[in-house]
Design a protein around this ligand. Structure first.
Ligand SMILES: C[S@@+](CC[C@H](N)C(=O)[O-])C[C@H]1O[C@@H](n2cnc3c(N)ncnc32)[C@H](O)[C@@H]1O
Length: 204
């Protein structure tokens, strides 16, 4: 799996995340960021062009070395100071209460220990800070959920650990966040892959 994980998967991730349907989500979510921002799972850097003041600087965390290199390339066009960390979200290498905004876009599906990662996001957020998210996950329709549960074991093996069936809202709430805003719905495409959760939450 080394060659697939190290070379093919980062390119597939970049290709999938170029989807133009995702652009309005990126604009809204990144447009609400401010201060010092920690982006979790920055991938190939598709959000980086959207950061503007009142964002002061961006700390970009990503465990896959090749994606860090791709995101560094994308960061050259950004006016923002961006610092990269090759690290996992389960153990964020930052101090408690040291960031104003945590951003996660289509990443909670792939983090192996997502509950630990959310707990660590809450740890590094200032008490007045916010978590901004857009994720795909568990659908409200029983028939779609059945397909999500059927497909996830095989899907996660070829799609970098991506789960189709994660209950994003309850995962965020179970980590102690208070949700301020959440919008859900399908975007065009196969229903098991396209039920979106977009919103913001406070560390509580
Ligand atoms: C579908 S991609 C999304 C990339 C990017 N957030 C975007 O919107 O284009 C999922 C990302 O989650 C990252 N990821 C997987 N496990 C992770 C972990 N333990 N900690 C942080 N990020 C992780 C992957 O490396 C990948 O960059």
């Amino acid at each position: 799996m080394g060659f697939y994980n190290d070379f093919i998967l980062p390119r597939l991730c970049d290709l999938a995340m170029r989807n133009k349907q995702l652009l309005p989500f990126r604009e809204r979510v990144i447009g609400a960021a401010e201060g010092r921002v920690l982006e979790i799972g920055v991938g190939s850097g598709r959000n980086l062009p959207f950061y503007r003041p009142p964002v002061r600087d961006v700390l970009a965390l990503e465990p896959a070395a090749r994606l860090v290199t791709m995101a560094q390339g994308a960061s050259r066009a950004s006016p923002m100071p961006i610092r990269f960390f090759e690290a996992s979200a389960e153990t964020i290498p930052l101090d408690q209460h040291s960031v104003d905004t945590v951003v996660t876009t289509w990443t909670l599906c792939s983090i192996p220990q997502a509950a630990s990662a959310l707990a660590d996001m809450r740890r590094v957020l200032r008490p007045s800070g916010k978590l901004l998210f857009v994720e795909h996950g568990e659908a409200p329709d029983a028939g779609v959920r059945r397909w999500q549960n059927r497909l996830t074991p095989i899907w996660r093996r070829c799609a970098g650990g991506c789960h189709l069936n994660r209950p994003i809202r309850s995962m965020i709430e179970d980590a102690g966040f208070k949700i301020d805003r959440i919008e859900t719905g399908y975007i065009p495409g196969p229903k098991p892959m396209t039920f979106m959760y977009e919103g913001s939450a406070r560390p509580g």
